[in-house]
Write a new protein. Structure first.
Length: 137
């Protein structure tokens, strides 16, 4: 709670909605009234409609486009997997998930990248299993 000093040793409590909420008292500030063309007061000013702004191009950072995904799929089909990815897939085949994560973390540098790569490779393995099962039938 805030206090306001009004004399050498006199303090008055100052209440605002933040201090009341932290004290557990359910106080809500009054809702804003509609604006009219008044010169003074809470609802002063001319009523205007807010401009809808387009999202910035930077907001789609990290989001892969259809074209990028298509190109990456073609490259993966032509080039295959890197040697470290093949080794990680072998570890995943024999259910050594934790060992695969440690191995990928060592190769990729961060825990998050390693988890993402492990997830990607395990998805590839499940797709390969499904394709093999479909080929047998």
């Amino acid at each position: 709670m805030l206090e306001k000093r009004i004399g050498p040793s006199i303090f008055l409590p100052v209440f605002n909605h933040h201090s009341l909420e932290s004290a557990g008292i359910g106080f809500k500030p009054p809702r804003m009234a509609p604006r009219y063309s008044l010169a003074v007061g809470l609802s002063r000013g001319y009523p205007v409609t807010k401009n809808e702004r387009k999202p910035k191009p930077s907001s789609r950072k990290g989001h892969t486009s259809k074209h990028t995904k298509f190109i990456r799929d073609i490259v993966r089909e032509v080039c295959g997997f890197a040697p470290y990815e093949r080794r990680a897939m072998e570890l995943l085949k024999v259910s050594k998930d934790k060992r695969a994560l440690k191995f990928l973390k060592k190769r990729l540098g961060t825990h998050v990248r390693a988890k993402r790569k492990r997830e990607e490779l395990s998805n590839v393995l499940t797709q390969m299993r499904k394709a093999a099962a479909a080929a047998q039938k």
